[in-house]
Design a protein around this ligand. Structure first.
Ligand SMILES: NC(=O)c1ccc[n+]([C@@H]2O[C@H](COP(=O)([O-])OP(=O)(O)OC[C@H]3O[C@@H](n4cnc5c(N)ncnc54)[C@H](O)[C@@H]3O)[C@@H](O)[C@H]2O)c1
Length: 340
């Protein structure tokens, strides 16, 4: 019988791409999402692309009444927990909201796991937990949690602690923590992608706003870092590769003996801000206007993953390039702009 997966936040950017990959691999998918940062149309787009419509509950993951209903009615083999708030700047202004949503969603799910005998949970963590660590590439066994710069990042770290302790204290409970690097790109159909409402903090959404004329130029924060072209280097991973990492992690956790495993999901390679800008210009035949501004507080010169553990233990191998991601992201945003 096909395994059933509860995907929280399954209509969001990474969640929707993961749902597609799960459906393509014959998992039964149940989505819970309160649409705080997504749109119900995404469900139709998933159905159009995959030919299958997953079961959907529009609800907050903290709503235990709804969770009880789902867990009572369906046998959930595993949870993939994407739901949460992710705007770094907003988290500084509204820390209690971020701690509430990002921690209490997990607590509610853990309670259900115990009550209904669900043994597996995969959690969306982030490279942000590496904090001020400067030894590169980042490997999963490094110290984490020191020098995290904002409440959003703290909630990721606290979730990691919480989930590890949960797995340790309970019999037969399994946790996989996936530390994402910088997801970019979109689905090839142009139907799914990322279109943040606010002024974005991350490079690609910012680039896209400039590319469609919503912002008149890109500001590159500093060109005097100790990197080949002076701009910051990050590990950008196509969202389709990232989504596939979840399917591999799911297959691992369903037969896992260990209580808790951690995997970086990136490409293992860094690209500078200017490399991204040039790649974007080349593949999309445009010229993004940009200015060099001062450094932004808290930005590290370089961040990239070691993905050896994911390669070895999950068979994870990213296949898309930053050029693919630039093409796909622009294709999505051109179709999407002005539609809300
Ligand atoms: N995108 C990134 O750069 C990145 C990097 C590292 C980690 N992550 C983490 O990965 C996860 C998914 O990120 P994303 O980029 O797809 O974000 P997203 O905002 O596009 O998706 C999150 C989804 O969760 C839903 N949601 C939020 N709070 C909810 C709640 N209380 N109950 C039910 N649904 C809720 C939103 O409506 C949205 O559809 C998040 O936990 C995020 O912190 C993202």
């Amino acid at each position: 019988m096909n395994k059933t997966v509860l995907v929280t936040g399954g209509l969001g950017f990474i969640g929707s791409h993961t749902v597609l990959d799960l459906l393509a691999n014959d998992y039964e998918v149940i989505i819970i999402d309160n649409l705080v940062n997504s749109h119900i149309e995404v469900l139709d787009h998933i159905a159009t692309i995959s030919g299958k419509k997953p079961l959907f509950f529009e609800a907050d993951v903290r709503n235990e009444e709804v969770l009880n209903k789902i867990f009572k009615e369906y046998h959930i083999d595993a949870i993939i927990h994407f739901a949460g708030l992710k705007a770094v700047g907003e988290s500084v202004k509204k820390p209690t909201l971020y701690y509430d949503v990002n921690i209490n969603t997990t607590l509610a799910l853990l309670k259900m796991m115990k009550k209904y005998n669900c043994h597996n949970i995969i959690f969306s963590s982030s490279a942000t937990v590496y904090g001020e660590s400067r030894e590169l590439p980042f490997t999963e066994n490094m110290n984490v949690g020191v020098g995290i710069k904002n409440p959003y990042g703290e909630t990721k770290y606290i979730n990691e602690l919480l989930l590890k302790d949960f797995a340790t204290s309970e019999d037969d409970m399994h946790v996989i923590l996936l530390r994402y690097f910088n997801p970019i790109g979109a689905h090839k159909s142009g139907l799914l992608g990322e279109d943040p409402k606010d002024i974005p903090n991350n490079l690609m959404p910012y680039v896209l706003k400039v590319a469609v004329g919503e912002l008149d130029h890109l500001t590159v924060f500093g060109d005097d870092y100790d990197t080949p072209d002076g701009t910051c280097i990050r590990d950008y991973i196509h969202v389709l590769d990232l989504a596939h990492g979840h399917v591999l992690a799911l297959s691992k956790i369903l037969g896992m003996k260990d209580k808790c495993e951690i995997y970086n999901l990136g490409t293992g390679k860094g690209s500078s801000v200017l490399e991204i800008v040039h790649a974007f210009n080349n593949v999309n035949h445009i010229k993004l206007p940009y200015v060099i501004g001062p450094r932004r507080e808290g930005d590290a010169a370089m961040s990239f993953a070691s993905i050896e553990k994911a390669r070895k233990e999950l068979g994870f191998e990213p296949i898309y390039t930053i050029e693919d991601a630039c093409l796909d992201a622009f294709n999505f945003i051109k179709k999407h702009v002005g539609k809300e």
